[in-house]
Design a protein around this ligand. Structure first.
Ligand SMILES: C[S@@+](CC[C@H](N)C(=O)[O-])C[C@H]1O[C@@H](n2cnc3c(N)ncnc32)[C@H](O)[C@@H]1O
Ligand code: SF4
Length: 342
């Protein structure tokens, strides 16, 4: 990618452009860094301090920043994530207010589905468009091993409740770990086909709090496809990929599809259209960024909407062309995935 010199970040009225010409229209908001699971690829078994409450954006502050994003900066999609977003008490009210914005953004949620059995209908009623549920295994013993909690039944109940509430098709996010659940890929796809779910595998990324990721241990997208091909015929999906992180394949000729997000082995940074807001009010222009831009301090010091929008533009202007995972000089960000918002 070639950088341009003219800093569009300083031109009022423009969207979230970076110097490589990408435009961010997809906002990921982390509602909390807390979680009720402890997935091995995300969090350590014990420990990890939560953000202090006074540092967290309030519901009103989140809605204000979402409004600035939508009405002044061209944001068209908002995904709520975390940590575990269902743990945020104000979630339904925040969603309700965000779906009332004009122009109305498409809204999504990424969740581990614990508590979703109760919340799926209120979320659908508040206007949620889509939901992604993280589920790495269908076997209770493996679930407990990966997440260090015995909650598989709650997750499955959440998936079925989301389907029943009309949040279809529910997307399932799966991370495969070597010698733990990597043999289960075909079984998970069969489950998805049976229940009308859209399955997407995510390559494990170096974003765990304990910094234990090892490239040589990671299950690659090619291995995932090889595993799936033992039971299904996969053909490349001819439809337009756009800015989607997932490459998709038709399963047994379609219409069912399966996706792979190959962030490590087939990076898609050139088409990235994402901007991120952490639960404590920092803008991150990339999942792997090593620096952040603080919106919370100016927001609490009386900055106007226009000033906050300018700071947001400036934060995005500095986005790097790629995440650099494959460079020898790559350094994992200090914040783990759970605090950034996946
Ligand atoms: C950080 S979680 C937050 C939302 C919610 N707690 C959940 O698990 O869906 C968002 C997504 O990131 C994925 N994830 C977490 N750590 C990851 C890692 N190191 N590599 C790849 N994906 C990861 C999870 O599997 C999940 O699908
Ligand atoms: S992946 Fe999601 S559910 Fe698992 S520990 Fe991280 S934040 Fe929690």
């Amino acid at each position: 990618m070639t950088a341009v010199e003219n800093p569009a970040s300083t031109i009022p009225g423009t969207g979230l452009v970076d110097k490589f010409g990408r435009i961010a229209t997809d906002l990921r908001i982390s509602l909390t860094d807390r979680c009720n699971l402890r997935c091995a690829y995300c969090m350590p078994a014990e420990g990890l301090d939560w953000l202090p409450k006074p540092e967290l954006l309030t519901d009103e502050e989140i809605v204000r920043l979402a409004r600035i994003g939508v009405t002044m900066l061209g944001i068209r999609e908002i995904r709520f994530t975390g940590g575990e977003p269902l743990l945020r008490r104000g979630l339904v009210s925040i969603l309700d207010q965000v779906t009332s914005l004009e122009p109305r953004p498409r809204t999504m949620l990424t969740t581990n589905a614990i508590g979703l059995a109760r919340l799926a209908q209120p979320l659908a009623d508040a206007g949620l468009n889509r939901i992604n549920v993280s589920l790495d295994t269908l076997r209770a013993d493996r679930f407990s091993q990966i997440t260090r909690r015995h909650r598989l039944d709650d997750v499955l109940a959440g998936v079925h409740a989301a389907n029943a509430a009309g949040l279809r098709p529910v997307k399932i996010n799966t991370v495969l770990l070597r010698d733990l659940n990597d043999d289960e890929a075909p079984e998970l796809l069969a489950f998805a086909v049976e229940h009308g779910l859209e399955l997407r595998f995510i390559e494990q990324m170096p974003l765990d709090a304990q910094h234990a990721w090892r490239r040589e241990e990671m299950v690659t997208s090619q291995e995932i496809l090889d595993r799936l091909s033992t039971r299904f015929t996969l053909t490349p999906d001819p439809s337009e990929r756009g800015g989607s992180p997932a490459e998709t394949w038709l399963v047994d000729g379609g219409p069912v599809k399966v996706g792979v997000i190959a962030s490590v082995t087939r990076p898609f940074c050139g088409a990235c259209d994402r901007t991120r807001l952490t639960a404590d009010g920092q803008i991150r222009n990339c999942l792997f960024a090593r620096s952040e831009n603080d919106l919370r301090t100016p927001l609490r010091s009386g900055a106007s909407d226009a000033e906050l929008a300018d700071r947001w533009r400036a934060a995005m202007w500095g986005k790097l062309p790629g995440h650099g995972i494959n460079d020898p000089s790559f350094l994992q960000p200090d914040r783990p995935m759970s605090a950034i918002g996946g």
